[in-house]
Design a binder for this molecule. Structure first.
Ligand SMILES: [Zn+2]
Length: 444
């Protein structure tokens, strides 16, 4: 592995070659943070140029925005963009200049909604990378480019096809050891624990369900694990029990929130608030009627990536829910805050009276059942649950206690139990424990 100084130089050289040198964007962020430039002014100007560009070059917005005399002033009247619309109108949402923009394509994760295709340009890449580098440096005191990283992710494609040579090269230059945790078993956990001990990374980053699995494994066996400077949970909801488990084994964990179509949205500070990097993505938390959710209320996360011109997503409903949080954080940062992500919208189960039950309820039910290795709950309709369970080898299956607890909360529902060797995983590897096919208003 390269020394930290060489690593940083090599990464920056590679970035320059590919048009991804993000240092100018990083300087802009730093001048906002130092107060040389007002955050609100920067956001408004970025939004203004994005809207002007979209109206000129993106067919959907050419039609939509000409109904507004001044889209910037009436920003909160622009209709929210739904995922299903993006999926169906890809051509209409991309810039007519796309050929020239060095765009790359991606698909989103998620298991219920069909993944959507999207495009990102290098400018958006630079801003997201600069935001990430800023977060590690200002909030965690770590130079991301010099740091040794261990990254644990889940990708079905890489499991089948192996990691591409370019990805391998980037991981190497970046000082990142990469594990694909699409399938988690004891062998993988032990490999991860050994590598932690050998490589002693500054940063351990991964999906919380996997970090929690490694933590639980180590704690149960009394294995003392290496504690990195920062443990970062990303990619799915970090709930209370996962946080406690991870922190007991590895020390303080920080939540970093982003999505493939809108990377680097928010990061946790030492006082436990999720700060929104609004110079990169503008975030709104909206209630079911499309208005601004009041302080403390749960609402839909609506995001406007400010720097992706090849496929502008303006007021895009990303499919996550969070509580609105007003007021300044005790850590002193003036960056706005949002509540922690309470689960993908589909992780709620809809009760007969229309209220929503957080998916974490089921985690509570099954975590105390020693015989359950993995589970997944699918709400087919208001009165039917399909529950997949992969039992631990050599244990006795006992359904009556969990069934009792579920009926206590959900009433007289039909429960179809399906015992399987392993629970079906989505192609992206982003696993959801609880999926509801029932749509409802936000009754919380
Ligand atoms: Zn804070």
């Amino acid at each position: 592995m390269l020394g930290s100084f060489l690593r940083k130089s090599a990464v920056l050289a590679l970035m320059r070659l590919t048009g991804r040198d993000f240092r100018r964007e990083l300087r802009t962020i730093e001048s906002i943070m130092r107060g040389d430039m007002l955050l609100e002014d920067f956001v408004r100007e970025s939004l203004r140029s994005l809207l002007e560009y979209a109206e000129k070059k993106v067919p959907h917005y050419t039609r939509l925005l000409r109904n507004f005399e001044d889209p910037l002033t009436h920003f909160d009247e622009i209709p929210v963009l739904k995922r299903s619309f993006v999926q169906a109108h890809l051509d209409d949402l991309t810039s007519t200049d796309m050929e020239r923009m060095r765009a790359s394509t991606g698909t989103t994760g998620g298991s219920t909604a069909r993944p959507i295709r999207f495009f990102r340009d290098v400018r958006s890449y630079r801003w997201s990378k600069a935001t990430e580098v800023f977060y590690y440096s200002w909030f965690l005191g770590i130079d991301l480019l010099k740091a040794r990283k261990m990254i644990i992710w889940g990708s079905a494609a890489e499991l089948l096809g192996g990691i591409s040579p370019l990805s391998k090269m980037t991981h190497f230059l970046d000082g990142a050891v990469y594990f694909n945790a699409y399938l988690i078993d004891q062998r993988l956990i032990e490999r991860v624990l050994r590598k932690l001990e050998d490589y002693r990374p500054d940063i351990l980053r991964g999906l919380p369900h996997f970090l929690a699995a490694v933590a639980e494994y180590a704690l149960r066996r009394g294995i003392e694990v290496f504690r990195p400077k920062a443990v970062i949970s990303t990619g799915e909801t970090l709930n209370k029990w996962k946080r406690e488990m991870i922190e007991e084994a590895f020390g303080r964990v920080y939540n970093f929130y982003g999505a493939r179509e809108a990377p680097s949205i928010a990061g946790e500070c030492s006082d436990g608030s999720l700060h929104v990097f609004s110079f990169n993505n503008l975030i709104e938390i909206l209630d079911d009627s499309g208005g601004k959710a009041p302080d403390g209320a749960l609402g839909n996360v609506v995001v406007t990536p400010l720097h992706n011109y090849v496929m502008p997503l303006i007021r895009y409903e990303i499919g996550d829910m969070a509580r609105a949080v007003e007021g300044r954080c005790s850590c002193g940062s003036f960056l706005p805050r949002m509540g922690s992500i309470e689960g993908r919208a589909t992780e709620f189960v809809v009760r007969r009276d229309g209220s929503l039950l957080g998916g974490e309820f089921f985690e509570g039910v099954f975590r105390v059942e020693e015989w359950v290795r993995e589970f997944q709950v699918i709400q087919e309709d208001l009165s039917t649950l399909r529950i997949f369970i992969a039992p631990r080898g050599g244990t006795r299956v006992s359904l009556s206690v969990p069934e009792g607890k579920i009926r206590e909360v959900l009433g007289d529902v039909i429960i179809r139990w399906e015992l399987v060797d392993s629970v079906p995983k989505p192609a992206s590897g982003k696993f959801m424990y609880v999926i509801s096919k029932v749509r409802s208003g936000l009754a919380v």
